[in-house]
Design a binder for this molecule. Structure first.
Ligand SMILES: Cc1cc2nc3c(=O)[nH]c(=O)nc-3n(C[C@H](O)[C@H](O)[C@H](O)COP(=O)(O)OP(=O)(O)OC[C@H]3O[C@@H](n4cnc5c(N)ncnc54)[C@H](O)[C@@H]3O)c2cc1C
Length: 498
């Protein structure tokens, strides 16, 4: 960390204007925009040993984005070098590393540093954060870029702890385990599983795929960019821009089906069903892979190799529920026992449990998990009443099922920067959203949610709070609507003080 980025009040204490937690797309975006605004007193703390967040954690075979990278990247840092429409984890991670270098973020990064707690000091108007092994960081502004799809969710299965072989989650893949010729059990058929199953199946002796609910899957239509195309992107930036626009609107229009336009939804459902029928000829298996809920209720997946993989003779799709896990096998409710050497969880993340493993104590000593006991909420998904100068990136109700969340992150960072500028202009140091504004926003979410596929599509999804069933993860509208909503900061929504 450079001396210019922070001042030290003691050997263990540091003071900065802005403390950013998380070195993924969100935290890095915030850092870049602070630097661009000439605000150099900030730190980004990241508990992992490298930046990248999702794109550092998830190194499973076949890990890739499912929104083309010409859109799934920062609008202000376009790359002409994407090798294909849906690049893999390594390429996206390299892209983020290039951004860190290009924008000069290295001196502001503290890797291997876990954020544990932040307490709002009322009299001084600062956050006092405890990080790592007990170091304190004093910051006027706290930005959470801690990610929603970050902490693995493990299935609750009887006997799981008895299993004697290697067992790991897709996001903590154990590459030291040789899968060749082994009996593999994969639990879950979500976005990660449909990427790694086609990669590992050819190596497996036998692969048992345990499915609870089949996902809707549409064709991926991935292809590499030739050198000729890359040259074109370099010499004619408008071509790159046009492609980004094309992808944006192609994705954006999909939201119509999710918001209640039945004709549109049915059209995409028929594309998905044709995709399934083309690959799976066995009627029984096709029936098992046909979703019984509306498209979009759970994340729609893209894949061209998942269905064909299920036709392999060494792959068995198991739809019977798991009764118990034993030392070297899995038993299903029908009594069948399958031998298993390696167990892989493709069971996703604890997406609706915010800020796992840390505490944020706001005004009056209220901890954020208590404030969110009934329902996790934030004004525009960004600011929280009772928690002054706190900005949450990809906070409640700002996830997407149809488009790139980097668009949402950028909108939120723009909004947070406008808040900081508003404070500067008005010579105020503290800004807190009024509870009425936050309440109105929650009402708006309920209103927008009515009639959407997330509310009435007939599924149970990770967009829903596992305890209350409330839809707290998804933004129930278009990206365009969110961009409009966050375009400007209305001072009347906030209490400003010095
Ligand atoms: C396999 C996979 C594929 C995906 N593909 C897409 C896609 O194609 N399109 C799309 O729009 N979205 C996709 N997503 C969603 C993806 O999470 C977001 O697009 C984006 O990466 C979120 O960035 P983030 O910085 O907000 O969070 P993250 O990338 O999760 O980063 C959060 C960071 O915060 C750090 N952190 C958390 N807690 C602490 C703490 N207490 N102290 C210090 N550091 C902490 C974490 O270590 C992590 O580095 C995908 C997600 C996964 C898992």
């Amino acid at each position: 960390m450079s001396e210019s980025s922070a001042s030290h009040s003691s050997a263990t204490d540091t003071t900065v204007d802005v403390l950013i937690v998380g070195g993924g797309f969100s935290g890095l975006c915030m850092g870049i925009k602070l630097l661009e605004a000439g605000m150099k007193s900030f730190l980004i703390i990241e508990k992992s040993e490298d930046i990248g967040g999702t794109w550092w954690d998830n190194r499973y075979p076949g890990c890739a984005c499912d929104i083309p990278s010409h859109l799934y990247s920062f609008s202000f840092a376009p790359s002409t070098e994407w090798t294909r429409m849906y690049p893999g984890q390594q390429e996206i991670h390299n892209y983020l590393k290039r951004c860190v270098e290009h924008y000069g973020l290295v001196p502001y990064l503290r890797l291997g540093t876990r954020f544990r707690e932040a307490i709002w000091n009322e009299s001084e108007g600062v956050w006092i954060a405890t990080v790592g092994d007990g170091m304190h960081i004093r910051a006027r502004v706290l930005v959470s870029g801690m990610g929603a799809l970050h902490v693995p969710r493990y299935p609750e299965l009887k006997g799981l702890k008895r299993f004697k072989g290697p067992a790991f989650h897709s996001s903590t893949w154990d590459h030291s385990v040789d899968l060749t010729g082994k009996n593999l059990a994969v639990v879950g058929t979500g976005a990660s599983a449909i990427q790694f199953v086609p990669q590992i199946a050819p190596r497996a002796g036998k692969l048992y795929l345990f499915q609870r609910t089949p996902p809707w899957i549409v064709p991926r239509l991935d292809f590499p960019f030739s050198e000729k195309w890359k040259r074109r992107f370099r010499s004619l930036p408008i071509t790159r821009w046009a492609l980004r626009q094309f992808i944006f609107w192609r994705q954006e229009i999909r939201v119509l089906g999710f918001l209640g336009n039945e004709t549109f939804r049915k059209k995409v459902e028929s594309i998905a069903l044709r995709h399934l029928a083309r690959a799976i000829k066995d009627p029984e298996m096709r029936a098992a892979l046909t979703p019984n809920y509306q498209l979009g209720c759970k994340r729609v997946l893209v894949s061209d190799d998942y269905y064909p993989t299920l036709n392999r003779s060494n792959v068995e799709l198991v739809t019977e529920s798991i009764a118990e896990v034993r030392e070297h096998s899995i038993v299903t409710l029908d009594g069948a026992e399958r031998p298993v050497d390696v167990l892989v969880y493709g069971t996703g993340f604890r997406a609706t449990e915010p800020l796992i493993g840390c505490q944020i104590v706001g005004r009056g000593g209220v901890e954020i998990h208590d404030a969110w006991k009934e329902r996790m909420s934030a004004f525009l998904g960004i600011t929280v009443s009772g928690f002054p100068n706190l900005f949450v990136l990809l906070g409640p109700n700002t996830g997407l099922g149809h488009n790139s969340v980097v668009l949402m992150i950028e909108a939120q960072v723009r909004y947070a920067m406008k808040c900081l500028k508003l404070m500067n202009r008005r010579r105020q140091c503290v800004m807190e959203v009024r509870p009425e504004a936050q309440g109105r926003f929650v009402e708006e979410i309920y209103r927008r949610m009515k009639g959407t596929v997330w509310q009435s599509g007939g599924c149970h999804s990770w967009y829903q709070d596992q305890k209350t069933g409330e839809l707290t993860a998804i933004w129930p509208s278009s990206v365009v609507a969110y961009l409009r909503r966050t375009r400007s900061v209305s001072a009347s929504d906030y209490l400003l003080s010095s």
